[in-house]
Design a protein around this ligand. Structure first.
Ligand code: G
Ligand code: G
Ligand code: MN
Ligand code: NA
Length: 251
């Protein structure tokens, strides 16, 4: 298919771009970091979202190289931002299972001059659950370098409490499927978000609610002392050229 042929050339032709979506500390009302979200600027089809090409790229074995590009680009762009801003980079399952990940991260930090404490990797439980001892070793190495680790889309997989306890996460991102139900008076979303938030408190991990879209959701999360939030209610993902002035202005 054309998409596959075009994907093969997209890296060499410099067609990927990173958008960034801020996350906010509810207590201080400050932006504490931004998540890098890849898009493909296709010369004919225009902007293609990651959901439409990442599965294809993964099937073609291209995700590792795309991930290297993403890490390098995110670290380089973040090195120009205020020093208290963290940049969060999504790591695919294929990338996490590759033996070169730790070295790639070290190179991206070295090449950009970004402080390791300003880089966070977002990893889903699906990427780690098949070999938890290995995941623990890799994450420990990254933590020893100073890199932060977020557990992405939490609540959608099947991880146990011992999984949370045995892996050195610095942040847990509460999946937006639970956040969506807040303030609607339906479903178990509020109970689940409340339980994860208090669990994060006990484990000394930052709780971040994803997909916050309304004032009601914001108010609920503030009331239960969820530390950080992300979503269209705060800011949509935006290109680097728009994010930098925003960060310079408010921080
Ligand atoms: O930006 P959007 O909401 O369309 O992202 C859809 C999905 O693509 C999300 O699950 C997100 O984690 C994933 N994604 C976005 N950017 C990257 C990236 O650079 N690398 C990987 N592996 N996944 C990404
Ligand atoms: O899986 P991950 O959490 O990395 O997914 C990030 C994706 O979520 C991005 O594609 C981003 O565009 C999307 N997203 C971010 N905020 C919101 C929101 O408030 N509502 C919805 N529906 N999607 C969001
Ligand atoms: Mn993410
Ligand atoms: Na997520």
């Amino acid at each position: 298919m054309d998409l596959e042929r075009d994907l093969q050339r997209a890296l060499a032709q410099d067609e990927f771009v990173l958008f960034y979506q801020p996350f906010l500390n509810i207590g201080t009302h400050r932006i504490v970091g931004v998540e890098a979200l890849i898009r493909w600027m296709h010369p004919v089809r225009g902007l293609i979202p990651p959901g439409d090409f990442i599965p294809v790229a993964e099937g073609m074995g291209l995700m590792y190289d795309i991930g290297v590009w993403t890490l390098n680009t995110a670290c380089r762009q973040a090195s120009a931002w205020p020093e208290d801003i963290v940049v969060s980079v999504n790591v695919s399952a294929a990338q996490f299972r590759h033996d070169g990940l730790v070295e790639t991260v070290a190179q991206a930090l070295l090449g950009s001059g970004l402080d390791a404490g300003r880089l966070e990797l977002e990893i889903t439980e699906t990427a780690m659950i098949d070999d938890v001892p290995r995941a623990a070793r890799v994450l420990r190495q990254l933590r020893e370098m100073g890199v932060k680790i977020a557990l992405d889309d939490f609540g959608t997989g099947y991880s146990s409490l011992s999984f949370l306890q045995s892996l050195p996460f610095t942040r847990i991102k509460i999946d937006r499927s639970f956040v969506r139900e807040l303030g609607q008076g339906v479903g178990d979303g509020a109970a689940i978000v409340g339980a994860i938030t208090s669990l994060c408190g006990s484990l000394n991990v930052v709780a971040t609610a994803e997909g916050v879209e309304t004032q009601e959701q914001f108010d609920y999360l503030k009331q239960i002392n969820c530390s950080e939030i992300q979503g269209f209610f705060i800011c949509r993902p935006r290109p680097a050229s728009e994010i930098q002035p925003l960060l310079d202005q408010i921080n």
